[in-house]
Design a protein around this ligand. Sequence first.
Ligand SMILES: [Zn+2]
Length: 415
Amino acid sequence: MIQSHYPSFTRKEAPKDEESYNAQILIRAGFVEKVMAGVYAFLPLGLRVLRNIEQIVREEMNALGAHEILMPVLSPKEQWQKTGRWDSLDVLFKLISRDKKEYALGPTHEEVVVPIGQKAIFSYRDLPFGLYQIQTKFRDEPRAKSGLLRGREFLMKDLYSFHTTVEDLEIYYAQVLKVYKKIFTRLGLDAIQVEASGGSFSKYSHEFQVLTPNGEDEIIHCEKCDFAQNREINESKEGDVCPKCQAKLRVSAGSEVGNIFQLKTKYSTPFGLSYTDEKGEAREVQMGCYGIGISRLMGVIAEVFHNEKGLMWPDAVAPFRAHLIALTGQDENQNKIIMERATRVYETLQKQNSTVLFDDRENVSAGQKFAESDLMGIPWRLVISQKTGEQIEIKRRDEQEARLISLEEVIEILK
Ligand SMILES: [Zn+2]
């Protein structure tokens, strides 16, 4: 991508109407733009990050054997009345059409996926299977001040699984726990598995939490073992004894990036979702649901990976692999040589399938180019100037010192 062709959305100052760090830095670096409280537009750089996160999640869902579908955002009131959530779910966005029909904008999709799953379920031979989507969701949040961490409109991956028995659901649930760990590791995040309230159908549900100072949840976790519970089900204080290993408990702020629930028959019952077992008897289908906040993850990653100069994207989600910067000066002839060399490097790297943002702008100072590059947080910075000669100056975003290497070495590093 050539930077002079790219609309520049970076700003010198953080927006004054944002309280959360993730929104401040992502707006300043030109990744997102606020449309209203809790609603953001994803700009070219931000969309690349969002798509990278989405792709990792999609690959792991497919590896699990789940099938991708796309459900509508809009759904009829009647389906929400069947489960009682039209009245009980306070964050449900409701719409009235011109002919006075009522609709919901989905914050979750059980009411839509159950009737769809029903079309493919007759006997025990049709089970188990999983359906997932990556789709925009809505929540009527009274207080949307956490940037991408808690939006009124956001992107989510939601998976629903259908089973003959609770035992089969539990096997699948355990598999999803493993897949989730893999996803967060691939994203560069250290997410811990936390027990949370299971609602009326299970003892516990599980959340994946990233410990970060601005997190909105409080996590009680052991300093030695893997014991971790959400504050909503545990009253322990810092320094109390771990019930599992007797070591000390700690209390930290966390941001939820995923959650998984055993729904069992909670949604099968109202929709009459059943199958015929081996003996020819009708039984209710057992269900699980599994969410990952895709746009929220982008906010959490921004909260975790930054320093005073700006963002520091993990390699797997970075908008580009490298930021190639051509530095020109006063000498017209030298400038021509520098730009030719930089263009050649850019084209070579493109051929190697490395994603590169090429800062070819000639009327921007070196200081401004470096400051913007640090703000954007692309993992590798490559500089070509009169000083670098035939070589390329390379530096990782999190390193202090740059070094001079050959194009062949750059290709090797960016592979
Ligand atoms: Zn412990």
